[in-house]
Design a protein around this ligand. Structure first.
Ligand code: TRP
Length: 426
């Protein structure tokens, strides 16, 4: 059975908080340890520009979010970890998808509608006031992120479900109009992670300004925990654990045994001050090691950048050839491109001369060589070219092996040409 691909991104417009950790980063890292999945995680920095026009904040957030994933132990040999803007294919795909997206679909986007509603409520004449084309088309950029890597499963919060559905719609239209190149993704929503409350008891979110930064100092962490809302019940009075933000947070970090024990303590009337201090101890004991690692990484951003660059190379090995296929499907082709099957399928009007056939064959070969360019680049960039040539050929041969009949013939042609071109290195 082929592996499923899990993909998720985090917008680089703020400091990672406990809600991001429990809701997105922790489950994603767990999935990346699971051999049944291929995983792609990225910094959605072009998404940040939609809402945040403070360059220092966007840049700082990218550093923090990158360091956070690594500090929490993401294994970048297993997962592909990259920055959206290092993959130009994504923005190229955004345009192709923009041309496959009806405006009406975007009119229905929650993020856009929320702005329109706010303008209407404020009595503004122009309901589109302050809406950029970036905000309006935001779901298309997100669709490109997802479709570029043929992702199957997208772990997201509830607010993002609509965007995954839009990605499916857009992919379906492309597949129908051109060629079925895109995998239709599904959202995966973890209900329990939706319940992470912030300082004021509402869902923890940047937009409510009620977050606890994941790697603030122990001192700040204690201060923030002390600010979490409680009711007015005094020490000794029984408290409702299930209605308490403090208890919810505790149970998200503690073991099931500790949680049951704490549940009991609430019923027995633990003082809020003591409950807070227990929550602080629990958080701090789990966060102190990754916090130290985070601080190290924030002081060594060069090595974080190197990791992102390696991730970008890995991601582009997939995205560049795929983008080429997408472009070709839509008719953006080298002038000499001849579709492989037209040589065999097209009704033969007139016998072609040997010369003509040779010309066509040469054009076809050139087009295939262009498609294979990322592979040739890998070989020419390698120190040991012979070794890399061998590796590239083996990978391609495996790919051919797995294909169905019709696609196999096409891929076999590519393999043959690849082998001929790389023969010089062996
Ligand atoms: N829009 C998402 C958010 O704000 C972040 C994001 C961008 C994303 N591209 C994505 C999430 C692709 C999943 C898949 O949370």
């Amino acid at each position: 059975m082929s592996k499923k691909t899990v993909l998720t991104g985090i917008t680089t417009s703020g400091t990672p908080h406990i809600g991001n950790y429990l809701g997105a980063i922790k489950p994603a890292i767990q999935a990346s340890e699971d051999a049944r999945y291929n995983s792609f995680f990225f910094l959605a920095d072009y998404h940040a520009l939609i809402k945040c026009h403070d360059p220092a904040r966007v840049a700082r957030s990218s550093q923090e979010i990158a360091a956070t994933w690594l500090a929490l132990g993401l294994d970048t040999d297993k997962a592909t970890f990259y920055r959206q803007t290092d993959i130009p294919d994504i923005t190229e795909l955004t345009w192709l998808l923009t041309c496959m997206t009806s405006k009406g679909l975007m009119n229905r986007s929650h993020a856009y509608k929320a702005s329109v509603d706010a303008n209407r409520d404020a009595g503004k004449e122009d309901v589109d006031d302050g809406v950029t084309m970036g905000l309006f088309g935001y779901p298309i950029l997100m669709a490109a992120d997802i479709l570029m890597f043929s992702a199957d499963i997208i772990p997201v919060g509830k607010d993002q479900i609509q965007h995954i559905e839009m990605a499916r719609d857009i992919a379906g239209r492309f597949n129908h109009t051109y060629e079925p190149l895109f995998t239709l993704p599904s959202a995966q929503v973890d209900e329990s992670s939706q319940l992470i409350p912030g300082l004021d008891g509402r869902k923890m979110s940047k937009s409510y300004d009620n977050t606890i930064p994941l790697f603030c100092t122990a001192h700040e962490l204690r201060k923030l925990v002390n600010q979490i809302v409680t009711d007015t019940r005094g020490p000794g009075e029984p408290k409702d654990p299930d209605g308490s933000a403090l208890f919810q947070l505790y149970s998200s970090f503690a073991t099931p045994e500790q949680t049951t024990e704490m549940h009991q303590k609430y019923l027995e009337g633990i003082a809020w001050s003591e409950a807070k201090s227990e929550l602080f101890e629990c958080l701090d004991s789990q966060l102190s090691t990754p916090r130290a690692r985070y601080n190290e990484l924030m002081n060594d951003l060069g090595s974080v950048e190197d990791i992102l660059q390696k991730g970008a190379i890995k991601a582009r090995e997939k995205s560049a050839p795929f983008m080429e296929k997408v472009r070709i499907a839509a008719g953006i082709r080298p002038l000499t491109y001849v579709p492989a099957q037209s040589l065999t399928d097209a009704p033969v009007k007139k016998e072609k001369s040997a010369e003509e056939l040779a010309r066509v064959e040469q054009g076809r070969r050139r087009a295939i060589i262009m498609q294979l360019k990322p592979l040739f680049d890998r070989v020419t960039a390698a120190d040991d070219k012979a070794e890399m040539a061998k590796l590239v050929l083996t990978e391609k041969a495996c790919e051919v092996e797995q294909l169905k009949k019709k696609q196999k013939q096409k891929a076999q042609n590519e393999l043959d040409i690849l082998a001929e071109e790389l023969a010089q290195y062996s």
